[in-house]
Design a protein around this ligand. Structure first.
Ligand code: IDP
Ligand code: MG
Length: 150
């Protein structure tokens, strides 16, 4: 069982795509174990994107993610990391396959709508950066589980 942090980024919330984006992960079979609307602080944004600190786009990236509210979700499921990233699509939306979120709704890397954790370890770390233990319901019983993951 893996965990991934999904961020419905400011552009997606502003464009009214939040529901569609949640729906795609939900329909994939991933279990929502935490979800909230929040305005990300600069401190949390810099921590979340610390790996990109030396990249030329770091300042722009941080300013983008704190520019307007986001919806964050913690999702759980077998192969959650790879499955969520496949649903999101390639980082550069013009290269993302049609049918993915970025491939269907985005054109440029500056406004690519959604974040998903890139490894099992980062999934755990990122979920813990955005959610307290009290905000998570890991492994809640879902009546469809047997038909999704056996
Ligand atoms: P990912 O979101 O697909 O995992 P990363 O390479 O981890 O992509 O980059 C994190 C975020 O940084 C991207 O989603 C995008 O918002 C931004 N980003 C990545 N590369 C560029 C770039 O070349 N120019 C501007 N922003 C970028
Ligand atoms: Mg990434």
């Amino acid at each position: 069982m893996e965990r991934t942090l999904i961020i419905v980024k400011p552009d997606a919330v502003q464009r009214g795509l939040t529901g569609d984006i949640i729906k795609r992960f939900e329909q994939r079979g991933l279990r929502i174990i935490g979800m909230k609307l929040m305005h990300v602080s600069r401190e949390l944004a810099e921590k979340h994107y610390d790996i990109h600190r030396e990249r030329p786009f770091f300042a722009k990236l941080v300013n983008y993610i704190i520019s307007s509210p986001v919806v964050v979700m913690a999702l759980e499921g077998p192969n959650a990391i790879a499955a969520a990233r496949a649903t999101i699509g390639a980082t550069r939306p013009h290269e993302a396959a049609a049918g993915t979120i970025r491939g269907d709704y985005a054109l440029t890397v500056d406004y690519n709508l959604v974040h998903g954790s890139d490894s099992v370890d980062n999934g755990v770390l990122e979920v813990n950066n955005f959610f307290s233990a009290a905000e998570l319901l890991p492994g809640w019983a879902r009546s469809t589980d047997a038909w999704i993951a056996g």
